[in-house]
Design a protein around this ligand. Structure first.
Ligand code: FAD
Length: 438
């Protein structure tokens, strides 16, 4: 049987390899370390955690905890290793990073049908099934190849992410619906109006806010097209009013006037459960974003599904390029997995490795692979990366806003448990129907 080639032995690549090996496939896994290191990787080990040793929440009424529980039920190697090497971290799952990598290497090395080749790949093999899992710091050589295989306008090297707010935490009494130069009182955006004094107070808060320093390999010259909000603000007290807070053409139906400044919220998903703050990409720390952006009229109680950020990140425009099976639309032999497929975070990347492994196994055997239902955390991620609107596509951590709405309205603290129950029931059903076939 032809082996499956996996490029990148990080979290996603190792998980994909494990799922394939367990189903009897042969795998050739390419890893460029220690021949070559990305600017963030330090050790020669497989599945290196490049930064924090925390995999976030471990309780399943939190979206990140649910994703972990689902992966455990799917026999995930990364979850086995994390559980076996966990260190005390309250309700989070944190690991001893060296022991974690060792467990993964040992388990993978026990398979005789796995070949690990330590080499930088700069070409994608034209024969056989290939999973690309080279992560947010994919080497330049391979990035060129991916640009060639996709369409270079669909490959990105930086995230400039605006914060995303949960729709039901927005005070609809204080905001109004309107598009610029649209007098119908409808419009696509929710608008948060500010008068002069409110605006100036907000500007002063921004000026004093704490930011996250850039990493040594992040070059601020990349940001000229999408400057952080605090950098625009630092150029003068009025610059925001001529930039992302420009009020021109936005009439407040309550006053019949154009406000001094406006913050626009753009719908992020079809279900209208998430809204992003347009043009508010930022390097402010998370607590500062929460403190300062909650001063925006209508966002006093805002819940952040994702905080804004700007960081180095290689990823593809998955909704334009991938099938729900994580196969390239233009070439069904090529799969994408991990952070490069358009998710954000350790466990999210792992989950996309798990799905790519299962999907590649099904393809190899000529079988169909229906992805997990969107009410599951894994399915919600696949759904986001393959069916979000491609024009404004941004990678996401798992969060409840990516799930279909619950059938009933519940208090916030009851929502998590309800999502989890629905997801795990659905996952078990999907697993028994789909995996029996694989
Ligand atoms: P990786 O784990 O990066 O694995 C990719 C592998 O591919 C690497 O081993 C790399 O050496 C190899 N590779 C690259 N190019 C080639 C090539 N051409 N040929 C062969 N091999 C190649 N997420 C969190 O949840 N928490 C965090 O604290 C966190 N911190 C981060 C810090 C930084 C600096 C970055 C860049 C990202 C961070 N992330 C974090 C985001 C993300 O979750 C991690 O990067 C995660 O490791 C992604 O998993 P992956 O499997 O997609 O990629």
């Amino acid at each position: 049987e032809d082996p499956v080639t996996i490029i990148g032995a990080g979290l996603a690549g190792c998980e994909a390899a494990w799922q394939l090996l367990n189903r009897g496939h042969s795998v050739v896994l390419y890893e460029m370390k220690p021949e070559k290191f990305s600017p963030a990787h330090r050790s020669g080990s497989l599945a290196e955690l490049v930064c924090s040793n925390s995999l976030r929440s471990n309780v399943s009424d939190h979206a990140a905890g649910l994703l972990k529980e689902e992966m455990r039920r799917m026999d995930s190697l990364i979850m086995k290793a994390a559980d076996e090497t966990s260190v005390p971290a309250g309700k989070a799952l944190a690991v001893d990073r060296h022991a974690f990598s060792r467990v993964i290497e040992n388990r993978l090395n026990s398979f005789t049908n796995l070949t690990i080749i330590r080499k930088e790949m700069i070409e994608v093999p034209s024969e056989g099934i290939v999973i690309i899992a080279t992560g947010p710091l994919t080497s330049d050589g391979l990035s060129h190849e991916i640009a060639r295989l996709t369409d270079s306008s669909y490959l990105y090297f930086y995230d400039a992410i605006s914060p995303i707010i949960e729709g039901d935490s927005i005070d609809l009494e204080k905001v109004f619906r309107a598009s610029r130069y649209d007098s119908t009182g409808q419009g696509d955006y929710l608008n948060c109006p500010m008068e002069k004094e409110e605006y100036e107070n907000f500007w002063r808060e921004l000026m004093g806010a704490q930011t996250v320093p850039l990493r040594h390999f992040e070059d601020p010259k990349y940001f000229d097209g999408c400057l952080p909000i605090e950098v625009i603000a630092s150029r003068g007290i009025s610059t925001l009013v001529f930039g992302p807070m420009k009020p021109v053409g936005i009439l407040n139906p309550k006053t019949g006037k154009i406000p001094y400044a406006v913050i626009q919220l753009r719908q992020e998903n079809r279900e209208a459960t998430l809204f992003n703050i347009v043009g508010f990409q930022t390097k402010l720390t998370w607590p500062e974003q929460r403190r300062i952006f909650r001063k925006i009229p209508g966002l006093e109680e805002a819940e952040f599904a994702r905080y804004g950020s700007i960081h180095r990140n290689t990823f593809i425009n998955a909704p334009a390029l991938l099938e729900p099976t994580l196969q390239l639309k233009k070439n069904e032999h090529i799969f994408f997995a991990g952070q490069i497929s358009g998710v954000e975070g350790y466990i999210e990347s792992t989950a996309m490795g798990l799905i790519a492994g299962l999907s590649a196994s099904a393809f190899h055997r000529g079988k169909a692979f229906p992805p997990p239902p969107p009410v599951t955390a894994m399915g919600a991620l696949v759904n986001h990366i393959t069916s979000a609107e491609s024009r404004n596509f941004q990678p996401m951590n798992i969060n409840w806003g990516l799930f279909p709405a619950l059938p009933q309205k519940l208090k916030k603290r009851e929502r998590g448990a309800c999502h989890a129950l629905r997801a795990l029931t659905s996952l078990d059903r999907w697993k028994s129907e789909t995996l029996r076939e694989l």
